[in-house]
Design a protein around this ligand. Structure first.
Ligand SMILES: [Zn+2]
Ligand SMILES: [Zn+2]
Length: 164
């Protein structure tokens, strides 16, 4: 069975042909798709997609690039989305020290906060880690992410980190 665990179906690049893209994936034998939100607005769209399609679930979280957009309402919004039974993970969240589109301290702070939300709502996390292996591992361990389980996508760390 083929499952796509990391799609971004809500991105504007799919605005013209989203329905066809989803249909083609389905026709090609993809049994399930998890579409992953990256900011508040994108999470809202991801949730709308899982509501529309039986074989789509959503993950909701604020990408490290967008950590700077987090405001007082963001976390209550995420908690609200997480109550939906077809929201299956918190993500994508993490650290990106390659592009640094949000300040590193801001990224770390909100990575921690979202790991706490994941534990609170008992959902696994989807982690974006780019050139921040040590810091990602440190925060995951300090926030006891193992209790909710974590998936690192596009993993480029060493074997030791994978084992840890
Ligand atoms: Zn992604
Ligand atoms: Zn990513």
């Amino acid at each position: 069975m083929l499952i796509d665990t990391h799609a971004h179906l809500s991105l504007p690049q799919f605005d013209k042909d989203r329905t066809e893209v989803i249909k083609r994936a389905h026709d090609a034998g993809i049994k399930h798709i998890i579409t992953v939100g990256t900011d508040s607005d994108d999470c809202r769209k991801a949730v709308a997609l899982e509501e529309e399609h039986d074989f789509i679930s959503a993950a909701v979280g604020i990408h490290p690039h967008d950590a700077k957009t987090i405001n007082a309402e963001t976390y209550s919004l995420l908690r609200g989305f997480a109550a939906d039974s077809n929201v299956v993970a918190i993500g994508e969240i993490g650290l990106d020290f390659y592009r640094n589109l949000s300040l590193r301290e801001t990224q770390i702070h909100h990575f921690r906060e979202q790991l706490r939300i994941a534990r609170e709502v008992s959902l696994p996390v989807i982690i974006h880690d780019r050139e921040a292996h040590q810091e990602v591992l440190k925060v995951l361990q300090e926030e006891q992410a193992a209790t909710v389980r974590a998936l690192l996508h596009c993993f480029s760390g060493a074997r030791g980190m994978a084992q840890a």
